[in-house]
Design a protein around this ligand. Sequence first.
Ligand code: HEM
Ligand code: HEM
Length: 345
Amino acid sequence: FILLVWVVPGVAATLVSARADDARILQTARAVFGRVPAQAEEIPNNPTSKDKVALGKMLFFDPRLSKGGTLSCNSCHNLAMGGDDNLPTSVGHGWQKGPRNAPTVLNAVFNVAQFWDGRAEDLKTQAKGPVQAGVEMASTPERVESVLKSIPEYAERFGRAFPGEDSPVTFDNMARAIESFEATLITPDAPFDRYLGGDEAALDANQKAGLRLFVTKGCIACHSGVNIGGRSYHPFGVLKKPTADILPAGDTGRFALTNTEADHYVFRAAPLRNVALTAPYFHSGQIWTLEEAVKIMSDSQLGGVLDENEVAQVAAFLRSLTGKLPEVTLPELPAETAETPRPQP
Ligand code: HEM
Ligand code: HEM
């Protein structure tokens, strides 16, 4: 009995202070992150419409945008698999292996810029990249336009998606339609969003501990905003350089764009929404578990601030970032015609 009297108030006091601590962390989290909205905002310079989104979905799934007729956006950004390909680095035209891991298209609309190095300012600029990249879809704007013009249903749908334009079937409009579709690929209602919204039971004790570590140990210095990342650039290896398999010497990140010494091995802080679905990790795609990825971040960016148990708690928190995947029905693609350019090796 004596023991009980002595212990119970102690436990109660600890519980009360843990709750106060949770409340403080929640307050910080609300200021630093943000909930994924139910609907994406309007994109500047690309007003959306039902017709445009429907066309963009067709284009996203159409392998005829690739020279070989085999690869669509969905090949590498598989919407049934978290919006990526779950490969270390993507396989493109003629089975060529690209240099980088494919990031997810889910919530990409919330990133300040696209690609691991942020070299595309928005999704419509981005979409023109893979279609032309030799190691991806290997096509050309001219080829894409002749494919689309040769299929009457596409010509008609471009007309509806871009009303008032004289010749709406253009490479540029392809990218605009895809961007409109991608803006719908958002994943609201993750346990973490519900927690931010006030549902205390949405995270378990481990996940709350992980969130506290994420906030107090410094991860938020780089991973902030709605996407928990995706909006600032940092050297990969601030305090300790990762090994060469994880940070291959040949990929210098933003240095390749800016030629500025300070940009050597600088990459965009990866967005962490749905990160549980998008292994393998980092731009080199060599790390298959979240625990390993968290440990590498703790060591390379923050000097080893997390012990093993804490790594597991942070990984548990990151698993609470998996949201409700958009429901995407497969579009019906119109058949090619006698005029459609044939697939080429
Ligand atoms: C990057 C969309 C086709 C592989 C991206 C990103 C987006 C995207 C939005 C940037 C995401 C981010 O930075 O967080 C598209 C669209 C495609 C397409 C709309 C069709 C037009 C492909 C294909 C492949 C591929 C076919 C594979 C062969 C990659 C890779 C990256 C990437 C490896 C990262 C490249 C880098 O950072 O340098 N894609 N993608 N994509 N995609 Fe695609
Ligand atoms: C990537 C978590 C701290 C900058 C990542 C990834 C994870 C992660 C899981 C891989 C995501 C993916 O491949 O999809 C964490 C955690 C941190 C932390 C748990 C705290 C312990 C930081 C800090 C910075 C930073 C402090 C900036 C100084 C980056 C960058 C990448 C990244 C630049 C992309 C690396 C690449 O090029 O592959 N982070 N991070 N992170 N993080 Fe962190």
